[in-house]
Write a protein that binds this ligand. Structure first.
Ligand code: TMO
Length: 313
């Protein structure tokens, strides 16, 4: 009876949505997923704080970047603010097929791939072409990688298939994955200070672009067939013989129960929309200014009132 009343009221308040009005479940928490990179943590807190301001109960749950999609499909977690095409499309598509919600794309355009500082253009003529990088492998060799060039790769759960790419393209490289994002930036900073060659995983939007000059390596242009059809691309026996999407989407995902239990919150989450500069600025507040994601989110909301207003309309 109580539940029925709440749903009936949700319809009424939905038509005259006003600040503070809340007509759906405010006791059960909406579980927002957090991951292991900073823009995601700030954006999650922005969304969480906005929903809290409307009276919702919010819980943050950290999750593995691939396994989170199983949790979304099963309804164990409810919302993911950053679905990156380049690293999560395969897991995300499976979750949507299993009942999770595609809550639409941000205006942000994304890219995740191998990246190098611009001073390397002189050391390795022909960059950013991947073949020029490969010809330059010896300059990136380390004690750890022997005669092969070192590629500083992402944490394992980011799902990038780079060792497979190296094999598929027969490159003289070895991936050395980091355990956490901070190690990527430490490696970049150390090389950058001494103008030494380094090639590492990076993405955009990110705080890096405001602080370091560099470019993505250009691999064979991504097409979906590259990930599924061995015959696609230069290696007829292997998939992953291409780069990541250069103009990838950034989407939001929800659990099936999100739409059923919290229809008004779901409408807000569909409207949540971040741009490239907004995401880069969110990351910088943590990675450059040293703020906590919670405080950065508070500041982000204060400095972007028009965005928040548009989501709540
Ligand atoms: C998913 N990420 C933005 C870290 O590449």
């Amino acid at each position: 009876m109580k539940a029925f009343k709440a749903i009936a009221l949700a319809g009424v308040f939905g038509m005259f949505a006003t600040a503070g009005a809340l007509a759906e479940d405010a006791t059960d928490p909406i579980k927002i997923i957090t991951n292991n990179w900073t823009s995601q943590l700030v954006l999650s807190n922005v969304v969480g704080q906005v929903l809290q301001s409307k009276g919702y109960n919010i819980e943050y749950k950290s999750s593995d970047t691939q396994l989170q999609y199983t949790a979304l499909a099963a309804g164990d977690m409810d919302f993911q603010v950053e679905v990156w095409e380049g690293s999560q499309a395969e897991s995300f598509d499976k979750a949507v097929a299993a009942g999770a919600l595609d809550l639409g794309a941000h205006e942000a355009v994304t890219r995740e791939d191998w990246w190098y500082p611009s001073y390397m253009n002189e050391m390795c003529p022909g960059l950013p072409d991947w073949k020029a990088l490969n010809a330059c492998a010896a300059k990136l060799a380390t004690a750890e990688t022997g005669t092969k060039g070192r590629f500083v790769g992402p944490p394992a759960d980011w799902g990038k298939h780079y060792s497979e790419r190296i094999q598929a393209l027969k490159m003289d490289f070895q991936e050395v994955p980091v355990g956490q994002a901070a190690t990527l930036w430490a490696e970049l900073q150390a090389a950058y200070d001494r103008k030494e060659p380094v090639v590492l995983f990076n993405w955009t939007p990110n705080f890096i672009e405001a602080k370091f000059e560099g470019q993505f390596v250009e691999f064979p242009t991504y097409e979906p067939g590259c990930f599924t059809d061995p015959k696609w691309g230069s290696n007829p026996d292997a998939i992953y013989d291409c780069g990541a999407p250069a103009k990838g989407y950034l989407k939001k995902a929800g659990s099936k129960q999100l739409g059923e239990k919290w229809p008004m919150a779901t409408e807000i989450l569909k409207k949540v929309n971040f741009s490239n500069p907004q995401i880069a600025a969110a990351a910088a507040m943590v990675d450059v200014d040293g703020m906590t994601p919670e405080d950065a989110a508070k500041k982000w909301i204060e400095t972007n009132p028009d965005s928040v207003k548009a989501w709540l309309q």
